[in-house]
Design a protein around this ligand. Structure first.
Ligand code: ADP
Ligand code: MG
Length: 369
């Protein structure tokens, strides 16, 4: 969808902002550009909508060299969200959001109806907020209006430059989750610039880690954290990359262990403990030792949840293991996750090189006493 071919940008004063960049962003993919200040992220982004022209190389959008496309027409196909948001102070939230569809020729009533839909989509009730002016909103709400406005013309591509940079950490996390949910609905091709590694890891399908004007590594968050390509990247992702991997490593079937499964709490079994499922295969409780009464099942997480969510759930009670359910099969019980399995998953050198969990039948996890 977006393809950089050997792109270099040298500013008039001789500063080389980016050098020989080549990468590709697939349709519907969200790529984060992350790196320290001054490493060329904004320059990269502004070349996509031709606010900056490359010195060398070319950029293709959907196979077309953008240098051959009228910049105004190009920008209609590219939503642009910046940290300062840039809302018109004397227009209401609804009018701010409706600006682009209206400019594109939509009749005023239709543009406003569309704007109301978009405000709803980004979590702002148009009835409450539509008639307010930007200064009557919190920073987080203004950012949401910025996102709604960028989506107003339904562009296939979205450029976001530090979109959540100006709000406090709690609001930022909230906006990030909202944006992920939104992106799962609208599936835009997104380039998102951030200097915050946590944000890059959380949002990106893939991350481009910038050195100085070059990309040091371009890969999935799990691989960047699990197998940094260069000492620079290792240093950038930091000593706590094992912890960061928690949020990007999913709970997978291969990591689960399988204690005996009972159809009724009173059934006998030959293991330290067992789980109980109902007629539909859903978890109903567990039996801490043969012959003892059943206890309620601890909180479960679904397959595909992050190890971060799993660890948080594990720390919620004293059981010492976590039931896992399968959302693809009616939330049936799928197995259990233990602290040792989480440790193994995070210690693997790379997601691929990691040794698979051994499927031994006798390796029953030990509950804490
Ligand atoms: P980032 O967004 O990663 O912080 P930028 O792309 O804004 O980095 O800047 C990359 C480099 O280019 C920096 O050294 C910056 O000072 C320089 N730069 C940016 N804009 C200009 C300009 N208009 N003229 C000269 N140098 C610039
Ligand atoms: Mg920048």
């Amino acid at each position: 969808m977006i393809r950089f071919e050997h792109v270099t940008k040298r500013y008039a004063d001789g500063t080389t902002a980016v050098e020989d960049l080549s990468f590709e962003v697939a349709e519907g993919e969200l790529v984060t550009l992350v790196g320290p200040s001054g490493c060329g992220k904004t320059t990269t982004m502004k070349m996509v909508n031709r606010l900056i022209e490359p010195t060398e190389g070319r950029i293709l959008l959907d196979g077309t060299d953008i240098a051959t496309v009228d910049p105004v027409g190009l920008r209609r196909r590219i939503g642009y969200v910046i940290q300062q948001v840039g809302l018109f102070p004397h227009r209401t939230v609804l009018d701010n959001t409706a600006t682009v569809p209206h400019l594109l020729g939509a009749p005023r009533a239709r543009a406003r109806a569309r704007a109301a839909e978009l405000l709803d989509l980004v979590g702002l009730d148009p009835k409450t907020y539509g008639d307010r002016y930007p200064e009557q909103l919190s920073g987080g709400q203004r950012q949401r209006v910025g996102v709604a406005r960028a989506l107003a013309a339904d562009p296939p591509v979205l450029l976001m430059d530090e979109p959540f940079g100006a709000v406090d950490p709690v609001v930022r996390e909230h906006l990030q989750s909202e944006f992920l949910r939104l992106q799962s609905q609208v599936r835009k091709t997104v380039l998102l610039v951030t200097h915050d590694l946590e944000e890059a890891v959380r949002l990106g399908d893939r991350i481009a880690v910038y050195g100085h004007g070059t990309i040091e590594q371009f890969d999935t968050p799990a691989t960047v954290l699990g197998a940094p390509a260069t000492p620079y990247v290792a240093d950038f992702v930091g000593a706590d990359r094992g912890l960061k991997r928690l949020s990007v490593t999913p709970v997978e079937e291969s990591r689960l262990e399988h204690p005996p499964v009972l159809g009724r709490p009173g059934d006998g079994f030959d293991a330290p403990w067992a789980v109980v499922v109902d007629a539909d295969g859903r978890l109903d409780g567990w039996v801490p030792s043969p012959g003892s009464p059943a206890r309620p099942a601890p909180r479960a997480v679904p397959l595909g949840a992050s190890l971060r969510e799993a660890l948080a759930a594990l720390l919620q009670d004293d059981t010492g293991w976590l039931p896992v359910t399968d959302p693809a099969h009616g939330d049936r019980y799928a197995g259990v996750l233990t602290p040792a399995a989480i440790h193994r998953a995070l210690r693997g050198a790379t997601p691929e090189a990691e040794p698979p969990a051994k499927p031994e039948a006798d390796r029953t996890p030990t509950p804490t006493p």
